[in-house]
Each structure stands twice: as structure tokens, then as C-alpha cells.
Design a protein around this ligand. Structure first.
Ligand SMILES: [Zn+2]
Length: 76
């Protein structure tokens, strides 16, 4: 019969799920970085000059590169 130490059994039951969750987190983090740039862009329509522009930064508002007016994202 194989005798196992209680400490080893506990370590396997705790570190196994932790390792699995860690690997899943790493996988989803890498997958989100490889999303196409177009999906990460916010599109803005300038209320002052009508200029349409896009930024990949995750901000609710951004400045128009043409006139400097602050605009809300039309599509996120
Ligand atoms: Zn503008």
C-alpha cells in the first residue's frame, strides 16, 4: 500500500486548482492582447468640426486632433 503524507495531499489539492486558474488567466490575457486593433478602438465624432477619428485608448472622452474639442465616444 502507498502511504501519502497529509501535507502532500493538501498541497496537491490546493496547488492544482491554483495552477489551473493561473494558466487560464494567462491564456485569456494573451488572447485579449491579440484582438484586432479595430475592436479595441473607440470612434469619436467631433461636435465642432464634424471630424471622425478613432483612438485605441479606453477613454469615455477624447480630444479632436483637428480642433482640440472634447468629444464623447460614438462607438466603444
Ligand atoms: Zn474637431
Amino acid at each position: 500500500m502507498i502511504t501519502l503524507d497529509l501535507g502532500i495531499i493538501l498541497m496537491v489539492f490546493v496547488s492544482g486548482p491554483l495552477l489551473l486558474i493561473g494558466l487560464l488567466a494567462l491564456f485569456y490575457n494573451l488572447r485579449s492582447k491579440h484582438r484586432p486593433m479595430r475592436e479595441r478602438e473607440n470612434i469619436y465624432l467631433c461636435a465642432e468640426c464634424g471630424h471622425v477619428y478613432a483612438f485605441a485608448r479606453n477613454r469615455p472622452m477624447d480630444r479632436c486632433p483637428r480642433c482640440g474639442c472634447l468629444n464623447e465616444a460614438v462607438r466603444t
